[in-house]
Ligand binder design. Structure first.
Ligand SMILES: NC(=O)c1ccc[n+]([C@@H]2O[C@H](COP(=O)([O-])OP(=O)(O)OC[C@H]3O[C@@H](n4cnc5c(N)ncnc54)[C@H](OP(=O)(O)O)[C@@H]3O)[C@@H](O)[C@H]2O)c1
Length: 341
């Protein structure tokens, strides 16, 4: 059986650190018609209904992610579709099931008509879950849930987020609002403020505003946030962290900017008991027992189906439009999705 796919042009890592922006797809992706790969024991073949585009996909195709590329293999980590074949009894039992999934090691990516992954990692979805939510059910929602647990454990009544107009931060704003823990959102475009406030942000600060530092200090003094969830990992992040109270935690989970920070007051790690740490969903999966994972996944689906959460989609591209359309589509304010046809 043949399929149309966007395959990676390179193997391994690139050694660069340019971040998840692309001006053109040509250096990283090739549109091709290839044989659908053969299923290994425990794997399923999924007919893709919709695939998402996450910053991790862009880091990955550029050779800057935490796992090596495989030349000639379809890109794309996450998607939703129907299981049409399986190797092994459990995998076979999923035939005909609509599932959300991320591609496991040894699988075949979602930016194609068909994808392959481990049957055990597939999440059968509720019939009324929208494809837009199902194609982005795992990477951002589980990260939001897991990081929000870290926020709750600190007992801080507020938390700061950088790059707050991201889909992930929009989910975190909803969690903060429902738990009465105030989200303080840092953006780089003041126009995004109204929408984030409607979602439940308590404060939205534009980092390009000349009064940013003064406004930040006032908010920190008032709300005393002791956690920063940070996707930038740059000088702005460091400056915000230096302004936060004693015993604050800086949790880095993304690297959207490429210039590393200088930390001017190292004494804060000694005398103010501040801590910098990282979060990676892959590690959360490794360290969280399966029963707990299932509970979180159920809660995620319920939030989407009930309308408490919504994946905001700005553009849906057909696979054959991606090579020319993706760089421009990525300039919008919400998620880009792919459909096979
Ligand atoms: N560690 C993990 O396990 C994990 C899991 C999931 C996601 N993540 C990370 O979470 C982050 C958000 O993911 P997402 O899918 O929600 O992203 P997204 O919806 O694609 O949004 C990305 C956001 O980042 C902002 N941004 C990009 N570069 C920036 C820069 N240099 N300075 C300031 N803002 C910048 C954009 O701001 P504008 O709107 O102003 O352009 C946009 O709002 C990414 O870094 C991703 O890699 C990590």
């Amino acid at each position: 059986m043949k399929m149309f796919a966007l395959v990676q042009k390179h193997d391994g890592y690139s050694g660069t650190s340019e971040g998840p922006s692309i001006l053109s797809c040509e250096p990283w992706l090739e549109p091709v018609t290839i044989d659908v790969p053969k299923l290994q024991e425990g794997q399923v073949l999924i007919k893709i209904a919709m695939a998402s585009v996450n910053p991790s996909d862009l880091h990955f195709i550029k050779g800057e992610y935490g796992q090596p590329r495989v030349k000639g293999s379809p890109a794309g980590f996450e998607g939703i579709g129907e299981v049409i074949d399986g190797n092994g009894s459990y995998a076979q039992s999923l035939k005909g099931t609509r599932v959300s999934f991320v591609v496991a090691k040894g699988g075949s990516g979602t930016w194609a008509e068909y994808a392959i992954t481990d049957a055990v990692g597939c999440i059968p979805v509720l019939p009324n879950l929208r494809n837009e939510d199902g194609a982005a059910l795992i990477v951002n929602p589980l990260t939001a849930m897991a990081m929000f647990e870290l926020v709750k454990k600190t007992e801080s009544k507020s938390f700061i987020m950088t790059a707050s107009n991201s889909q992930l931060c929009k989910l975190l704003i909803g969690l903060g609002k429902d738990a009465d823990i105030s989200p303080i959102c840092i953006v780089r475009d003041a126009k995004q403020g109204d929408h984030l406030r409607k979602l439940g942000a308590t404060e939205v600060l534009d980092s390009t505003d000349t009064d940013f530092t003064k406004n930040l200090r006032a908010i920190v003094k008032n709300l005393k946030p002791r956690v920063m969830l940070d996707a930038l990992a740059n000088q702005l992040s460091a400056d915000i962290f230096m302004a936060m109270p004693n015993r604050s935690r800086w949790i880095v989970y993304g690297k959207l900017d490429t210039t590393p920070p200088v930390i001017p007051e190292m004494g804060q790690f000694v005398f103010s008991e501040k801590v910098i740490e990282g979060f990676w969903l892959v590690k959360w999966f490794r360290e969280t027992e399966i029963g707990e994972q299932m509970k979180v996944i159920k809660a995620v689906q319920e939030r989407f189906v009930s309308g408490n959460w919504k994946t905001e989609v700005s553009e849906v591209l057909k696979l054959h439009e991606v090579m020319t359309g993706l760089p421009t589509a990525l300039k919008t304010d919400a998620k880009v999705m792919f459909t096979p046809k």
